[in-house]
Design a protein around this ligand. Structure first.
Ligand code: FES
Length: 92
């Protein structure tokens, strides 16, 4: 179950294409928002367990509703279970 989080209006930018869009204030996880914009991201569990969705966060910060179990390196995020708390830039 998703824990409600208040997020400020932020911008998501993709470094590789220059694409950018506003993150909705409706509380979707980042993976869902990327999919809404037809941006393909690999995934399996969609719950922070497998690590298949890991992306490189170039700038900004995200928050997790609960600590994910998948291992990630510094500078990586799991978009299936996080939301930006600032404007962010991703390398996809
Ligand atoms: S899809 Fe499994 S951790 Fe994101």
């Amino acid at each position: 179950m998703k824990k409600p989080i208040t997020i400020k209006k932020s911008i998501v930018k993709l470094r590789n294409t220059g694409t950018q869009f506003y993150y909705p204030e409706s509380g979707e996880y980042l993976l869902e928002v990327l999919e809404l914009h037809a941006i393909e991201v690999e995934y399996q569990c969609r719950s922070g367990y497998c690590g298949a969705c890991r992306l490189k966060l170039v700038q900004g910060n995200v928050t997790y509703c609960q600590l994910p179990l998948a291992l990630i390196n510094a500078g990586e995020i799991l978009p299936c279970c996080c939301m930006p708390i600032t404007s962010i830039e991703l390398e996809i």
